[in-house]
Design a binder for this molecule. Structure first.
Ligand SMILES: CC(=O)CC(=O)SCCNC(=O)CCNC(=O)[C@H](O)C(C)(C)COP(=O)(O)OP(=O)(O)OC[C@H]1O[C@@H](n2cnc3c(N)ncnc32)[C@H](O)[C@@H]1OP(=O)(O)O
Ligand SMILES: NC(=O)C1=CN([C@@H]2O[C@H](COP(=O)(O)OP(=O)(O)OC[C@H]3O[C@@H](n4cnc5c(N)ncnc54)[C@H](OP(=O)(O)O)[C@@H]3O)[C@@H](O)[C@H]2O)C=CC1
Length: 284
């Protein structure tokens, strides 16, 4: 069965980006969030991105209208799930929240629907276990910003079928992305490698070795990273960074993954990075 109808759960920075690239590739998209203002914020981000592409001459005004006409929004999970060939979940990085959404979707969605998670680190096998369709549950991990980054990490759960893997890989290619297959281990490949570097950069601030700006300059100018690790942490969201480090710490039981106390302090203070206006830097 070919994928035509895509539902995206969570209209934050990742969900809105995923909805945009799906609609650009010709899929019919339903974008869901728990409250109307969040859905509208996601839709506004998509509209802004498309308008920038029109300004740059990459899309016509007509293309933009067509793409937006393929996206509908809802705050009802039933409406999002009922007609979907695939659901891509992009809500906050907390296992309890994801399990609740997946068990509801399992009841709502037609039997053929694939349930994918954009989780950055949580075990796909564990998410799949709350459904009665573990062979149709898979990790589809996009990178931020979704419209720009080429990679989709595809994570097989223990029971994910070859057919579902092939369908999701094919879909990622239709989105003009490169799919890389990885196994289901905490943090997969991307965040097992990236997040300890970010956590170490936070320890470097915590221990007073250098200022955030100095650390970022070292990594940008010295290692040619496009963003320094602390700018990147703010960009990802410090709540998400902490959740990922906790998954690595608990999942491997190894002290080398312990989250830096300064990261915990910032998250407790509500300093979540760019999305809350303050993290290692201030955003106006
Ligand atoms: C946590 C996880 O689970 C996994 C992750 O996603 S980890 C994060 C992975 N992402 C990264 O590492 C990103 C690192 N940063 C970068 O690659 C670059 O800084 C960047 C692409 C974000 C911005 O690039 P830049 O050259 O510094 O800035 P800028 O010139 O403004 O942008 C480059 C292009 O990206 C586009 N862009 C930038 N931010 C964007 C956004 N949020 N949404 C859509 N498009 C965006 C710009 O429009 C611009 O497009 P064109 O070149 O087509 O005109
Ligand atoms: N940030 C990043 O760089 C990356 C993140 N990811 C992963 O993507 C997921 C989303 O991250 P991101 O977009 O950054 O987070 P955001 O905080 O930007 O967005 C999450 C959205 O989901 C909404 N939400 C929360 N609970 C529910 C629910 N039960 N049903 C529907 N919507 C809900 C939130 O609403 P509210 O604000 O009301 O809580 C918010 O609008 C996480 O799993 C994260 O690990 C993956 C790759 C990169």
């Amino acid at each position: 069965m070919s994928i035509q109808n895509v539902s995206v759960i969570g209209a934050g920075q990742m969900g809105s980006g995923i909805a945009q690239v799906c609609a650009q590739a010709g899929f019919q998209v339903v974008l869901h969030d728990i409250e109307e203002p969040y859905v509208q914020k996601g839709l506004q981000a998509i509209t802004r991105n498309l308008a920038r592409n029109v300004e740059k001459g990459r899309l016509t005004e007509e293309d933009k209208t067509d793409i937006l006409s393929r996206i509908t929004t809802t705050t009802q999970l039933e409406t999002a799930g009922q007609q979907a060939d695939i659901v891509i979940e992009a809500i906050l990085e907390k296992m309890e929240a994801k399990e609740s959404v997946f068990s509801q979707l399992d009841q709502i969605c037609p039997a053929h629907t694939i349930l994918a998670s954009n989780t950055s680190s949580l075990p796909i096998t564990e998410i799949a276990a709350v459904t009665n369709r573990a062979e149709q549950v898979i990790g589809m991990h996009f990178m931020n910003p979704v419209p720009v980054m080429k990679l989709v990490e595809i994570i097989r759960g223990l029971a994910t079928s070859d057919e579902v893997f092939a369908q999701v890989k094919d879909m990622a290619e239709q989105l003009q992305k490169t799919a890389v297959e990885v196994n289901d281990f905490p943090g997969f490949v991307s965040n097992r490698i990236l997040m300890p570097m970010i956590n170490e950069a936070i320890y470097t601030v915590y221990e007073g070795v250098a200022t955030p700006a100095a650390i970022d300059d070292v990594m940008k100018l010295g290692m040619n990273h496009p963003m320094g690790p602390l700018t990147l942490a703010d960009f990802i969201g410090l709540d998400t960074c902490l959740s990922i480090m906790e998954t690595l710490y608990e999942g491997f039981g190894d002290s080398k993954y312990r989250p830096c106390p300064l990261l915990r302090k910032y998250v407790k203070a509500g300093w979540l990075g760019k999305k809350s206006g303050r993290g290692f830097y201030q955003y106006t």
